[in-house]
Write a protein that binds this ligand. Structure first.
Ligand SMILES: CC(C)(COP(=O)(O)OP(=O)(O)OC[C@H]1O[C@@H](n2cnc3c(N)ncnc32)[C@H](O)[C@@H]1OP(=O)(O)O)[C@@H](O)C(=O)NCCC(=O)NCCS
Length: 185
């Protein structure tokens, strides 16, 4: 993103929208996710493997939102969305009250509260829908910023998974976090 685009993004207050596979701004969302992956090694997957094209992203969103309780949120803004959050209910019949959370915020927009807004909005929507009762997420043990965000949003640390991630032959511990939603604790 050029400096003009970056300052335009800085000036924009994002609208938090639930998106589906037909969302007109999927190419822009794809570009945002590319930026998140390119500017962080927090993700466990390779961007080109997971989202080789906007249509691959559309297929992923279609699969997530087809599941009861599935949710994809975007913090929409021009020229690109500033953040996204995915609640992916687990597909196994006896685990469908549980879901995994993944998210990212544009490299130019971090530390401005967008991540906090996205998590709060997701938790509100999950509680209102009454389908997902437990949200899990995995975060690298050295990603203290993300852990603080989740801790402030009510997530608790469940376990540390030693040597959970391997990047170029180096191992990193992972932290499993959990939040009960809607009074199901
Ligand atoms: C982690 C991430 C999603 C956070 O989003 P963000 O919009 O930058 O975070 P926010 O500005 O909403 O900050 C939320 C909280 O995070 C914590 N936080 C933010 N910046 C921080 C920093 N530099 N150091 C420590 N904690 C920090 C604070 O607790 C903050 O709460 P507060 O505003 O009440 O103090 C974002 O930085 C990101 O996309 N990082 C790269 C990808 C990634 O790590 N994804 C998560 C993988 S599990």
């Amino acid at each position: 993103m050029g400096s003009d685009a970056a300052s335009a993004a800085t000036a924009t207050v994002p609208a938090l929208v639930a998106v589906d596979a037909t969302w007109a701004r999927l190419p822009a969302l794809h570009a945002l996710i590319r930026d998140v992956y390119a500017t962080s090694d927090a993700m466990s997957e390779d961007f080109e493997d997971k989202f080789p094209s906007p249509s691959a992203l559309a297929a992923e969103i279609a699969a997530v939102t087809a599941r009861p309780g599935g949710l994809v949120l975007a913090a929409d803004a021009e020229p690109l969305p500033l953040g996204y959050l995915v609640i992916e209910p687990r597909p196994q019949a006896r685990l469908r009250h549980t879901a995994d959370l993944t998210m990212g915020v544009a490299s130019t927009a971090r530390g401005r509260g967008i991540g906090r807004l996205l998590v709060a909005e997701a938790l509100t929507r999950i509680a209102a829908a009454g389908i997902v009762e437990i949200v899990y997420l995995m975060v690298r043990a050295d990603n203290l910023k993300a852990q603080e965000l989740y801790r402030h949003a009510g997530f608790e640390r469940v376990a540390t998974l030693r040597r959970d991630t391997r990047i170029d032959g180096r191992y990193h511990d992972g932290v499993l976090m959990r939040r009960f939603v809607g009074g199901y604790d």
